[in-house]
Design a protein around this ligand. Structure first.
Ligand SMILES: NC(=O)c1ccc[n+]([C@@H]2O[C@H](COP(=O)([O-])OP(=O)(O)OC[C@H]3O[C@@H](n4cnc5c(N)ncnc54)[C@H](O)[C@@H]3O)[C@@H](O)[C@H]2O)c1
Length: 319
């Protein structure tokens, strides 16, 4: 990694953005976070922290984005902002995920940024032909979030700044508040019934994500598009059983329901090319990943639960 970075993080108040701030600030890097708090949490990016500037606003606002780049003069950009909250708000998804991404890519060119790291959803692959999904599988998104994020990624990759786009598995770590893990944790603790969609995901621990972030922010690191995942598919029932075991709950038989129309049965990314090109692979196994997440909830509780899927409460999340 570059010795001293000035990192502009879009969506800095979100789950990944805030975790990255907590990683890089203590290491002596300066951070500017821009966030409109659509799904982010104001409290995780408080005012008055040394080395951290917080700007409230949308990346869809070109003048604001240009002003942030001109005043902060970032050396690196982590583009983590994304809109997905309302499945039917195509205009907001497009404003943030497409137009906002263009503003960030263009401002980064003008500011002479060395490197951009973009985050992409595995939903860009839509319903894939093969699982695990290789990184060169065709993009076939079919949701507003997936479509707009795919266009956004394509624009980011067209810019002249060195750009890395990470297509991410379900990352688990501090403040994760969506998907099966927090849902089962909350419901089982309250003695409520659960059901599992008949789907598979792969779950990557935040520490493994940090390791790959350190690599791709490096000066000579390869650029391009990478699948960031364990490559190991786990069913939602596996997650349910791991959470029940952690809580010491005998949850009995859990109903398994077929995936909804807007769901994808298996979202498991193949990280083989990533290993070849970046020399990175996940090190933390499934049980440890789940247990580390649950231990965090024991300490801090679960905050709001948002879902990308049409049926709220259906505990599979295809981020
Ligand atoms: N967390 C995962 O497992 C995962 C998996 C796949 C892809 N991703 C991608 O990683 C990125 C971060 O995801 P996350 O899980 O941290 O989600 P998140 O919702 O916690 O973070 C997104 C942040 O972007 C902010 N935001 C939304 N619209 C904005 C706008 N117009 N201007 C400025 N800020 C805006 C939100 O308020 C939020 O703080 C997203 O691009 C997402 O598509 C995440």
């Amino acid at each position: 990694m570059t010795s001293k970075m000035r990192i502009l993080i879009t969506g800095g108040a979100g789950c990944l953005g805030s975790n990255l701030i907590e990683r890089y600030l203590p290491r002596g890097h300066e951070v500017l976070a821009i966030d409109n708090f659509a799904t982010g949490n104001r409290q995780v990016v408080p005012e008055g922290i040394d080395g951290l500037t917080v700007v409230e606003g949308s990346i869809a606002d070109k003048a604001l984005v240009d002003q942030c780049f001109a005043s902060f003069k970032p050396t690196h950009v982590i583009h983590s902002a994304a809109a997905y909250k309302d499945l039917n708000d195509w205009a907001e998804d497009t404003a943030t995920n497409v137009t906002g991404s263009i503003h960030v890519a263009r401002a980064a060119e003008s500011a002479g940024v060395k490197r951009i790291v973009n985050f992409q959803t595995a939903l860009c692959y839509g319903r894939p032909d093969t699982v695990p999904i290789p990184v060169d599988a065709p993009a076939r998104p079919f949701t507003s979030y997936g479509i707009s994020k795919t266009a956004g990624e394509q624009f980011m990759m067209m810019g002249s700044v060195l750009t890395v786009s990470l297509r991410l598995a379900n990352i688990t770590g501090p403040r994760l508040a969506i998907g099966p893990i927090p849902t089962f944790y909350t419901r089982l603790k309250e003695g409520k019934s659960c059901f599992c969609s008949d789907t598979q995901r792969d779950f990557l621990d935040m520490e493994d994500f940090f390791t790959v972030m350190d690599i791709v922010l490096g000066e000579d690191a390869p650029t391009g598009i990478f699948n960031i995942s364990t490559g190991e598919g786990k069913s939602i029932k596996d997650v349910f059983e791991a959470v029940a075991a952690y809580l010491g709950v005998d949850a009995g038989e859990v109903p398994i329901v077929p995936p909804g129309d807007d769901d994808v049965p298996a979202v498991v990314l193949d990280p083989a090319e990533t290993k070849n090109r970046l020399g990175w692979s996940a090190e933390i196994g499934f049980e440890d990943t789940i247990n580390r997440m649950l231990a965090w909830y024991d300490r801090h509780g679960v905050s709001a639960i948002y879902s990308h899927l049409a049926t709220p409460g259906q505990a599979s999340d295809g981020q």
